[in-house]
Design a protein around this ligand. Structure first.
Ligand code: SIN
Length: 284
């Protein structure tokens, strides 16, 4: 196979490379998938340009990297393709419209015991300006922590939950209310604050403003102080890749070592995306 055509858009060591000239609409050979996986592990966020793909093709591509998982909130799933989450301010395809749905810092679904390996987001209609997605390289963020803090974080766990975030999103009008039984399903789970990537062996910070409620066993005050110190550090420009969407970009991120946040845009424009999410394993 010819080498992939890679244009680096990032000023950052690992994060965010654009790959032009690939056609992901049809079946891919194992060698191509292995090469993509390699790039993905190296750069954590990769972008394929000009992918005019159907939901079936999107899902077939995503399945090459692992089994898929549907989001727990069923109103925002594609009615015909429940493994696709619809992030659309126009409610494309009959899903509930979402304005600024992912506009808070998070890694996907860390409130589950086995959070996803990664997600693949297809931006098929994007606004003419803004509505970017920011990604943080949590491996680099960990690497550049003070050594004494790294020692302090060793073995520390954090509590993750969806309930609180969901209540805030309902209040803000960006998610539909859920019945009490559904809210009760979203209990607390514990994850290490620093996880070791199961494929690269690198350590990464694994907390996020969206779903990390507190540090397990610490006082509220200490917990708040630690988390805000970590978030402040992660959000330094040197760890961030800003993805400015072009129509039919397909962005694939490694959820085990990145955190992301959508940025606001003029809601009179349409922003419609489909997200497929690949299952992961227990963070250690
Ligand atoms: C997401 O959080 O998965 C979506 C991000 C975006 O809408 O840019």
């Amino acid at each position: 196979m010819a080498p992939l055509d890679i244009t680096t858009e990032s000023n950052q060591r690992t994060l965010g490379v654009r790959i032009d000239g690939m056609d992901l609409t049809g079946p891919l050979g194992d060698d191509v998938v292995a090469e993509i996986r390699n790039l993905w592990m190296r750069h954590a966020v990769i972008v394929f340009s000009d992918q005019d793909i159907t939901p079936d093709q999107h899902l077939a591509f995503a399945r090459r990297f692992g089994a898929l998982q549907s989001h727990t909130v069923t109103d925002i799933l594609h009615p015909d393709y429940p493994e696709l989450l619809v992030l659309s301010n126009r409610g494309r395809g009959g899903a509930k419209p979402i304005n600024n749905g992912g506009a808070y810092w998070h890694s996907d679904i860390t409130y589950e015991v086995e959070p996803p390996m990664g997600s693949i987001l297809h931006g098929f209609i994007v606004p003419p300006a803004d509505g970017d997605t920011l990604y943080v390289d949590m491996t680099a963020a960990y690497e550049f922590l003070d050594e004494d803090l790294k020692v302090k974080l060793d073995g520390v766990q954090a509590v993750h939950t969806y309930r609180h975030r969901y209540e805030l999103m309902v209040e803000a009008g960006v998610r539909p209310p859920q019945p009490d039984e559904k809210m009760a399903e979203w209990g607390d789970v514990l994850h290490p604050v620093v996880r070791t990537h199961p494929e690269t062996g690198q350590k990464a910070l694994f907390v996020n403003e969206g779903f990390t409620a507190r540090i397990d066993g610490w006082s509220d005050d200490e917990s708040r102080r630690l988390l805000s110190r970590l978030y402040q550090h992660c959000m330094e420009d040197r760890f961030i890749y800003r993805h400015q969407w072009r129509s039919n970009d397909l962005v694939m991120w490694d959820n085990r070592c990145t955190m992301h946040c959508a940025t606001p845009y003029d809601l009179s424009h349409e922003r419609s995306m489909h997200r497929a999410t690949i299952r992961g394993n227990l963070p250690v």
